[in-house]
Design a protein around this ligand. Structure first.
Ligand code: S3P
Length: 175
């Protein structure tokens, strides 16, 4: 049992929606680390940020992601900032999952990242903040990913098809 598909990328790229659709299509299980964190802490991500602070959130996130990579299976979607932890980066590199970076432009993501209390980092100046985070993290996403898909113009079904195709191509190269 091992994670087969790992979705990384910024907030609003659709990691959770795409991950759930991919898992359904392939009859695999699906997990989302934000959701695992919320059940572990018995509160929402935004409440963790507000009541306990981002550094606490990052510590919890690191341990949840490491556990999920070690014990999980099927499709796993990570929160956008999970890749900033060096320990997590090593765990991702060691994972045999196909690592997929869902890339998206600011204009495509803009309608999705307006004022949203579920995304505490985007409470103030959401578009500018999103861009800053994306610019800082893009090199990490690029380094960790086996494949990158620009999802700006794609439907969920098209993204799922593209991932399945990339998986086939990756297996062809390995065999
Ligand atoms: C964050 C992304 C969020 C969530 C938290 C912090 C980030 O997950 O983990 O709000 O730092 O980019 P999504 O990428 O699933 O929105």
């Amino acid at each position: 049992m091992t994670v087969e598909y790992l979705l990384i990328g910024p907030m609003g790229a659709g990691k959770s929606t795409v991950g759930a659709a991919l898992a359904e299509k392939l009859n695999l299980s699906f997990a989302d680390t934000d959701f695992l964190i919320e059940s572990d802490q018995s509160k929402s991500v935004s409440d963790i940020f507000i009541e306990d602070g981002e550094s606490h959130f990052r510590l919890v996130e690191e341990s949840i992601v490491i556990d999920a990579l070690r014990d999980g299976d099927g499709v796993l979607a990570l929160g956008g900032g999970a890749v900033t932890s060096p320990i997590t980066q090593t765990a991702i590199k060691n994972s045999t999952a196909l690592k997929i970076f869902l890339d998206i432009s600011l204009s495509a993501v803009s309608p999705r990242v307006g004022f949203d209390s579920a995304r505490p980092l985007l409470m103030v100046n959401p578009r500018q903040k999103w861009l800053e985070l994306m610019e800082a993290r893009r090199p990490i996403y690029e380094e960790l990913a086996d494949v990158k898909i620009d999802v700006s113009e794609l439907s969920i079904a098209e993204i799922v098809e593209s991932i399945i195709l990339k998986r086939r191509n990756a297996s062809d190269i390995k065999s």
